[in-house]
Design a binder for this molecule. Structure first.
Ligand code: TMP
Length: 197
């Protein structure tokens, strides 16, 4: 099983790219599974609702721990012993590093300990779609904004920087320019995924 995870701030076009790559892998005859975080299990989807609800007045640590509670369920239900050729996951622990670490300013060391402590499998490839924060928000201007999306421009600038630092520091983390045309980004995504064949 190869695990590919997709990351980026709001409005980068991540879902479009994931769906294109999913269809492409299927036409090549690979068995695939699409997951999202937080979510992908019955319990994880309940946690997702709580996390995104504007009625949830929670601390940054609670937010972090709930992300990892949902992640732990997803790992045991879908990742351990999977027989799929490819699992694609819309966000994974790099989002906790970027959003809760760089965005909320929680300890990166604590997040690292959680990643190791619950035995998160390391992805074979992580693709970060990078885009100017204001452009991302303009693209989402007509959407209903959830609790985390309401965190403000400065927060998302920090999240974006966190993603860039991750891409610089880790060999399996790649970054693509999300301001390019969709087809070009999709081709670049395929080129990265093809390395895993
Ligand atoms: P989305 O996947 O639909 O964009 O919604 C998930 C939101 O949760 C998004 O704003 C990013 C955020 N998030 C975190 O803050 N930390 C995490 O670890 C994950 C997986 C998501």
């Amino acid at each position: 099983m190869k695990l590919i995870t997709f990351e980026g701030i709001e409005g980068v076009g991540k879902s479009t790219q994931i769906n294109l790559i999913l269809e492409w892998l299927k036409t090549k005859g690979f068995s695939t599974k699409l997951l999202r975080e937080p979510g992908s299990t019955d319990f994880g989807e309940k946690i997702r609702e709580l996390l995104l609800s504007k009625e949830s007045n929670i601390s940054a640590h609670t937010e972090l721990l709930l992300m990892f509670a949902a992640r732990s369920e997803m790992i045991s239900e879908h990742l351990i012993n999977s027989t799929c050729d490819f699992i694609l996951c819309d966000r994974y622990y790099h989002a906790s590093i970027a959003y809760q670490g760089y965005g909320r300013k929680l300890s990166l060391d604590l997040i690292d300990q959680l990643i190791k402590g619950i035995n998160c499998p390391t992805p074979d490839l992580t693709i970060i779609y990078d885009l100017d924060v204001k452009t991302g928000f303009k693209r989402k201007a007509n959407d209903v904004i959830d609790r985390i999306e309401s965190s403000g421009i400065d927060f998302f600038e920090n999240v974006r920087n966190g993603y860039k630092e991750l891409a610089n520091a880790r060999a399996e983390v790649e970054i693509l320019d999300a301001s390019q045309p969709v087809e070009l980004i999709s081709q670049q995504t395929k080129n990265l995924v093809e390395r895993l064949f």
